[in-house]
Design a protein around this ligand. Sequence first.
Ligand code: HEC
Length: 147
Amino acid sequence: MALAISRKLSMIAIQLVACSLWLAACGQSNTDTKFQQYYVQGEQLYLKNCSNCHQKKGGGLGRIYPPLNKSDYMDQHFDEVICAMKNGMEGELIVNGKKYNKQMKGIPSLTELEIAEIATYIYNSWTHTRGLVEIQTVTAALQKCPE
Ligand code: HEC
């Protein structure tokens, strides 16, 4: 009995390892695999496009660049954050009770997939635990961006 269970557990373990080694074999239906892919890609894109200002660990920079590691703004304004990546944002903003007011330029060349990956990364790092951000969610948010 115990042997059968431990055999079953080791089969599951082998499948998990196989899954992470051959991502393609597991396909898109595996949400965990997809989450990992988005997260890893998102981290690279974050380091390339965002960390100059918001810093590697999302701490921001003084009163100039607001933090992402802990941000009540991010939690409450998901759609606006998606729009900001593509179109930028400006005007006064309050993050964790502190005022910021400096323009952030958008990156119009980011694809919806790339935005979903960055969002999956920033919304599941540091203090955030939102879970996978799907492309369809990004598409829907972008349709509501202010002109
Ligand atoms: C050139 C510097 C710069 C870059 C690069 C940049 N931002 Fe920003 N970001 C800002 C500034 C400045 C603000 C505040 C805008 C305002 O005052 O209206 C901001 C605001 C934000 C906010 C909302 C405030 C908060 O802290 O929650 C989020 C989220 C955000 N940026 C995410 C990103 C992401 C993701 C990227 C990369 C795709 C990025 N930013 C790239 C400067 C930058």
